[in-house]
Design a protein around this ligand. Structure first.
Ligand code: KIV
Ligand code: NA
Length: 270
């Protein structure tokens, strides 16, 4: 059983591995591969629910997927993303929503897309016993502000704001920080400045760990960002299997003798 403490102990010693998962079979495969952290990302909106962005994802959606993942995970730390507007609007509803993902769904920590508005919330959640992973750099819930998914922290002011917010969230008690799509020298600097582990995605090699979307890693996504890497080709496996099934049924080679069972003592019914 991986805990937030195990993760902190690993930081700087060995690279931390993190992958998303959204369903039980994928989570159990990821867990069996000894991944340290499984993130039930709000990227479930894109990967599994057919949305263009993460914005429509609800706490109910997250709770359902977090439940599936935590039931299938024995070793990895399960972190649940808090979806758009489920946190940061006001403290009582933020705490209630985080509580649902922990108490009801079975996550062990939540991740928040951070800004100046999540420092106090992080402190409060940690006081209550809910570990918080912060997330800075590209925060996809701001897609309408960005007008896309551009790299963040590319000028001096923006880089300083990211560093300051990283430190502020660590001081508020966050146990780890995801840095998404920022220059690698900025990620290296933030990693250097923090005690707690940084986990990068599109943030270069100098973070304490790396995270990717599992669909991108296994080659299931029909699109993936340039900073991710496809390590498999599940899409073509599925295409081949499904089209072979269709052909087999259409040509009568499936089901064959070995897939069919005659009952000896059954009389003709007509
Ligand atoms: O939702 C997600 O998958 C994420 C990771 C890309 C960090 O937030
Ligand atoms: Na996310």
């Amino acid at each position: 059983m991986s805990t937030v403490r195990d993760l902190q102990a690993k930081a700087g010693e060995e690279p931390i591995t993190m992958l998303t998962a959204y369903d039980a079979p994928t989570a159990s495969l990821v867990d069996e591969a000894d991944v340290d952290v499984i993130l039930v990302g709000d990227s479930v909106g894109n990967t599994s629910l057919g949305y263009e962005t993460t914005l429509p994802v609800t706490v109910d959606d997250m709770a359902r997927h977090v439940g599936a993942v935590s039931r299938a995970t024995d070793e990895a730390l399960v972190v649940a993303d808090m979806p758009f507007l489920s946190f940061g609007v006001d403290q009582p509803s933020s705490i209630e929503n985080a509580g649902r993902l922990i108490k009801d769904a079975g996550a062990e920590a939540v991740k928040l897309e951070c800004g100046p508005h999540t420092v106090d919330l992080t402190e409060r959640l940690v006081q209550l016993g809910i570990p918080v992973m912060s997330h800075l750099g590209l925060t996809p819930q701001h897609v309408n502000q960005y007008g896309g998914y551009p790299r963040q922290g590319t000028d001096q002011d923006a880089a300083e704001r990211i560093l300051e917010l990283a430190v502020a969230h660590e001081e508020a008690g966050a146990f780890s920080l995801v840095l998404e799509h920022v220059p690698s020298n900025l990620a290296a600097e933030v990693t250097e400045a923090l005690e707690t582990p940084t986990i990068g995605i599109g943030a270069g090699p100098d973070c304490d760990g790396q995270v990717l979307v599992v669909d991108d890693v296994i080659g299931l996504s029909d699109w993936s960002p340039s900073f991710s890497k496809q390590f498999g080709d599940v899409r073509s496996e599925i295409e081949t299997a499904v089209s072979e099934y269709v052909t087999a049924v259409e040509t009568g080679t499936f089901p064959a003798e070995e897939h069919s069972h005659e009952q000896d003592d059954l009389e003709k019914l007509y």
